[in-house]
Ligand binder design. Structure first.
Ligand code: ZN
Length: 329
């Protein structure tokens, strides 16, 4: 009797795993990523987080864009400021939505609907929402040709994964849902530390001296991850330890709809789409801030502190930088 109970329980667990581990096929074949989820973007009228992963289209437009998984056509955007022409597919099994942006044109099947609307409304910014479960789309079905419409400074395919909940949209790191192998070399780097507007160089494998004032160090770290010699992305996780206590940690896994334009909570001045200055302290709460606890230092006014910045990537690699925080006087 007991045995049977366990096996039923196991089946339930496996069923749950199957539901939440939907893996999408890459939307561009034989390609590689050029940008990651959570990166800083100061293009457009307001700075924001990058909500998807970008796939290279090798500098070209017109490459076939493949649907990541079985689902239904959910929305089409035409001439959106940021996304240009975009397609959203609803995946019933998981309630996830996959998005494909900066498209040059739509497949014949989708164009049929889009052209009708364009005839009616002309070439303006349009959102078409399709009736639920009306137009099925298959895994690896070609849904569009890639392009450079919207905010794209160069041709590429922007892919994102989101979910609509009663509390609003949640946008996830699409890499966590993609069947994607990264074969390029991976290098995590802490390039510089800024403390009280003073810059400190960092060398790998030695103790780096950083001055601080106040009760505890409030630092910005300039970080990046190089993939091969052609892509630079933001590291997935950045942690700060002080005296071996994990005091602050940023992890780019998800963002809520109302957090999208709060990039300055995470990113410090000097950040661009390719330079990432991450604050290692915050007065606010935001989904990527997974640890924020300096309480151990609230009443100490000791001198030197032993610090450590740990960078982690999506593939399980990490790099540790040792710091000695000192008071300059
Ligand atoms: Zn993008």
């Amino acid at each position: 009797m007991k045995k049977r109970y366990i096996s039923i329980f196991l089946v339930l667990i496996l069923a749950t795993l199957a539901v939440y581990s939907q893996l999408f096929q890459p939307p561009v074949k034989n390609s590689y990523i050029t940008a990651a989820f959570g990166e800083y973007r100061n293009t457009g009228p307001v700075s924001h987080f990058h909500l998807g992963v970008d796939f290279s289209t090798f500098g070209r437009t017109g490459l076939p864009v493949y649907c990541g998984g079985d689902g239904y056509l959910y929305k089409v955007w035409i001439n959106d400021n940021l996304y240009g022409n975009a397609i959203f597919i609803f995946h019933e099994d998981t309630s996830l939505i996959s998005g494909y942006a900066h498209l040059q044109s739509f497949s014949e099947k989708i164009s049929r609907y889009v052209d009708l609307v364009k005839e009616e409304f002309g070439n303006q910014t349009i959102e078409i929402v399709f009736p639920a479960s009306a137009i099925p789309i298959k895994t690896n079905e070609i849904i569009a040709n890639s392009g450079d419409t919207g905010e794209a400074t160069a041709p590429h395919l922007h892919f994102e994964v989101l979910e609509e909940t009663p509390e609003g949209q949640i946008i996830y790191d699409a890499l966590e849902f993609l069947e994607y192998q990264e074969t390029r070399s991976k290098q995590l780097e802490l390039i510089q530390i800024r403390s009280n507007n003073k810059y400190f160089e960092v060398t790998d494998g030695k103790e780096n001296i950083v001055e601080y004032a106040g009760v505890y160090p409030k630092i910005d770290v300039r970080v990046r991850q190089k993939l091969g010699d052609n892509s630079t992305i933001v590291p997935k996780k950045v942690s700060l330890y002080i005296n071996d206590i994990l005091t602050y940690k940023v992890e780019f896994s998800k963002l809520k709809e109302d957090e999208v334009y709060k990039a300055e909570t995470i990113y410090a001045y000097g950040s661009t789409a390719s330079v990432y200055w991450i604050k290692m302290y915050s007065d606010y709460n935001l989904s990527p801030i997974v640890v924020n606890d300096f309480s151990a230092f609230s009443h100490t006014s000791s001198g030197d502190l032993r610090g450590k910045v740990v960078l982690e990537d999506f593939w399980g690699n990490e790099k540790v930088y040792n710091i000695k925080f000192v008071r300059p006087y």
